[in-house]
Design a protein around this ligand. Structure first.
Ligand SMILES: [Zn+2]
Length: 97
């Protein structure tokens, strides 16, 4: 996931909706969605829910704006803050030759 630079903040339009611009891979329009974003921190999988992100309608590439990226970084830097967070179990499947 990439973080957009401060220059993109200038693209915010009058409706208050953030303009994520176009996907840099396939040039399709980025649509804002609330996503679950996964992070691997020291061998542990952490999922942050309700992250506003621009998602490419074609290839699914994701970008978050810089202010959101900073908030995510702050959360991820303080593991004690999510000790009491809810947990979900995920299937772990081994790829066998
Ligand atoms: Zn794309």
């Amino acid at each position: 996931m990439k973080t957009t630079g401060p220059s993109v903040d200038a693209l915010r339009n009058i409706s208050g909706k953030y303009n994520y611009g176009k996907c840099e891979i396939c040039d399709a329009k980025m649509v804002e969605k609330l996503i679950k974003q996964d992070f691997w921190i020291g061998g542990k999988l952490v999922v942050i829910d309700n992250v506003p992100a621009g998602v490419c309608s074609l290839c699914g590439a994701k970008v978050v704006r810089s202010e959101i990226g900073k908030r995510l970084a702050t959360i991820l830097k303080s593991p004690t803050k999510w000790l009491n967070a809810s947990h979900m179990s995920v299937p772990v499947v081994e790829l066998r030759p």
